[in-house]
Design a protein around this ligand. Structure first.
Ligand SMILES: [Zn+2]
Length: 337
C-alpha cells in the first residue's frame, strides 16, 4: 500500500488489502470450541465499539482487556481532548466494560501519529504523568513509530524514559509500512534507553519480525486482522513454529473494520488445528497477564471468578441503559424488548 492509500485508511488495517477469506469450515461455530475458556485481550479500543461487542466478548469468554490510548481517526486539535480521552479510559469506558462483567485496564501514551504535531505533543507529554500512575493503568502505550519521522523518534524516546521512571511496561505499536525496519528500530531504541526487554510488549508482529523480537527477549504480540494477510490461520502456524512462550494474541479492534472476537475465534482455530490447550491458554490469556501485571496493577482475582453485573449502576449519574430500558437478560431472544 502506498502512502496516499494509507492516508485514506490509516487504522490498524492500513498495511494490507483484502485477501482471501480465512479458510475456516463454514459450518463450524467457534463458540463450540471455547466453552469454559477465559480470554484476556491485551489490545482493544473499546471506546470505538458498541455494547453489542461488549456483550459478545463477554459471552465468548473475554474476562479482561487492555485499551491502549491511540489515534481516534482524525487529529485532535487541542490538549483538552487528550485530557478528556485519557479520563474516559480510566473512567467511563472502564465503567461501561464493568457493566458487561469485563475487567478493563488501559495503557496511556501519546500515539506515534499525533507525535508529529509537535506543539501539541509537547503539551501532552506534560500531562501524561497525571494519568500513568492512576489505578488500572498497566503501561505506557501504544507508542512507537508510524511514518518513522524525527518527531516520532523524539516522543517515543521521551515516553520510554517516562516508562522507566514509572517502572511500567511499554506497549509498542510497530509501523504498518516498513514494518521490519521499524520494529528493529523500536527495539534498538528501547535497549539503548536501558529498558528491560521483559518490560516491553512489541505489537503487530508478523512472520518477518517475530524471530528477532523473541530472540532479543521482548514479548511478541500479534494482532489478528480480518481480511488481511495476518489472519488467524497464520497465527496458528506461528505458534506451531515458535511455541507459546512470550507470544500473545490481540484483536486491536478499533473504529476500522476489525473483530473484537478475534481472540476466541483464534483459540477455536488453534484447538481445531491441534495446538495443545495449555499453549492456547498461554497465548490468549496468561502471557498477556504476566507481561502487564509487572505494572503492579493487575489482580487476577478481579476477573478469574465470575463478576456480578449490575447494569443499573451509575457512573457520574449515567448508566449504559437508556430511559426505561431494563438490564439485558436473555441475549438470544429473537424478540427485542
Ligand atoms: Zn491500537
Amino acid at each position: 500500500m502506498n502512502s496516499a492509500e494509507s492516508q485514506l485508511n490509516p487504522s490498524h488495517l492500513a498495511d494490507s488489502l483484502p485477501e482471501v477469506a480465512p479458510n475456516i469450515p463454514d459450518q463450524v461455530n467457534f463458540m463450540d470450541y471455547v466453552k469454559g475458556m477465559k480470554f484476556f485481550d491485551p489490545h482493544v479500543h473499546m471506546t470505538s465499539r458498541t455494547t453489542d461487542d461488549y456483550q459478545a466478548m463477554a459471552d465468548a469468554g473475554v474476562v479482561a482487556l487492555i485499551e491502549p490510548a491511540f489515534w481516534l481517526g482524525q487529529p485532535r486539535t487541542g490538549l483538552a481532548t487528550f485530557k478528556d480521552y485519557y479520563n474516559s479510559l480510566i473512567g467511563w469506558e472502564r465503567f461501561r466494560s464493568s457493566q458487561f462483567g469485563i475487567k478493563h485496564y488501559c495503557t496511556i501514551g501519546l500515539n506515534s501519529r499525533e507525535a508529529n504535531n509537535e506543539v501539541l505533543a509537547a503539551e501532552v507529554m506534560d500531562i501524561l504523568p497525571l494519568f500513568i500512575y492512576k489505578e488500572g493503568v498497566v503501561g505506557i502505550g501504544e507508542i512507537g513509530f508510524d511514518d518513522q519521522t524525527e518527531a516520532e523518534d523524539k516522543y517515543y524516546r521521551l515516553q520510554l524514559e517516562l516508562a522507566k521512571e514509572a517502572n511500567l511496561p511499554v506497549q509498542i505499536h510497530t509501523p504498518h509500512r516498513n514494518k521490519k525496519q521499524g520494529t528493529e528500530r523500536s527495539m534498538a531504541i528501547a535497549l539503548e534507553h536501558g529498558l528491560d526487554p521483559g518490560m516491553v510488549i512489541v505489537d503487530h508482529n508478523n512472520e518477518e519480525t517475530v524471530k528477532s523480537v523473541l530472540d532479543q527477549g521482548f514479548w511478541a504480540a500479534f494482532t489478528i486482522y480480518p481480511f488481511t494477510k495476518m489472519g488467524n490461520e497464520r497465527m496458528v502456524e506461528i505458534v506451531q513454529q515458535y511455541g507459546p512462550e512470550r507470544i500473545m494474541v490481540n484483536s486491536a479492534a478499533d473504529w476500522g473494520i476489525s473483530d473484537p472476537l478475534a481472540i476466541p475465534k483464534t483459540a477455536a482455530l488453534m484447538k481445531i488445528k491441534g495446538i495443545p490447550d495449555e499453549a492456547i491458554r498461554l497465548v490468549t490469556y496468561q502471557n498477556a497477564i504476566d507481561a502487564f501485571a509487572q505494572s503492579g496493577q493487575i489482580n487476577v482475582a478481579d476477573f478469574e471468578n465470575p463478576q456480578a453485573i449490575d447494569q443499573s449502576l451509575k457512573f457520574n449519574g449515567n448508566t449504559v441503559l437508556r430511559g426505561g430500558q431494563q438490564p439485558r437478560v436473555d441475549k438470544n431472544s429473537i424478540v427485542i424488548r
